[in-house]
Design a protein around this ligand. Structure first.
Ligand code: HEC
Length: 122
C-alpha cells in the first residue's frame, strides 16, 4: 500500500513529462516552417498592396505621401523592421497599422514579394 502511494505520483509526473516532450517535438517544427499564404490570399494581398498601400506609396510603389517601396528602396532594410512597420504602423505619421487585416506570416511573405519587385495586381 505504501509503495503504491509513493509510486503513482512519480509515474504521473513521468507520463506528463513524456506527453510534454511529445507535444514539444510536434509543435517546434510546425512553428519553424513558414508557409506561403494560399494562392487566393496572395492575390488579395497584392491587390491590397497596390490599391491600399498604393494610395499613399503610389500605385507603382514609386512613392507619394509615403516613401517609395521598390526593391532598390527596400534592399538593405531588415525584413523584421519592415514587417514591424507594416503591422504596427508609424505613430505620429500617416502610416497606419495593418495588423487587423494582415497576419505576421502574411506580412513576411508580402515583404519578400516587395523586395523581389515586379508587383502586378491582376
Ligand atoms: C495613409 C497613407 C499610407 C498608407 C495607406 C500606407 N502607408 Fe506605409 N507609410 C506611409 C508614410 C507617411 C510612411 C513614412 C512614415 C515615417 O515617416 O516614418 C510610411 C512608411 C512605410 C514603410 C517604411 C518604409 C521605410 O523605408 O522605412 C513601409 C515598409 C510601408 N510604409 C509599407 C506600407 C504597406 C505595405 C502599406 C499597405 C499595407 C502601407 N504602407 C500603407 C503612409 C502610408
Amino acid at each position: 500500500m505504501m509503495k503504491m502511494l509513493s509510486q503513482s505520483p512519480a509515474r504521473n509526473v513521468f507520463i506528463s513529462a513524456g506527453l510534454f516532450f511529445l507535444l514539444l517535438a510536434f509543435s517546434v517544427p510546425a512553428a519553424g516552417t513558414e508557409q506561403d499564404p494560399e494562392p487566393k490570399r496572395q492575390r488579395e494581398l497584392i491587390h491590397l498592396l497596390v490599391q491600399d498601400c498604393g494610395s499613399c506609396h503610389g500605385l507603382t510603389l514609386k512613392g507619394g505621401l509615403g516613401p517609395a517601396l521598390l526593391p532598390q528602396d527596400l534592399e538593405g532594410k531588415d525584413n523584421e523592421y519592415l514587417s514591424e512597420v507594416i503591422l504596427e504602423g508609424v505613430p505620429g505619421t500617416p502610416m497606419p497599422p495593418w495588423n487587423v487585416e494582415i497576419t505576421e506570416n502574411e506580412v513576411r511573405w508580402l515583404v519578400r514579394r516587395m523586395k523581389e519587385g515586379e508587383i502586378n495586381d491582376r
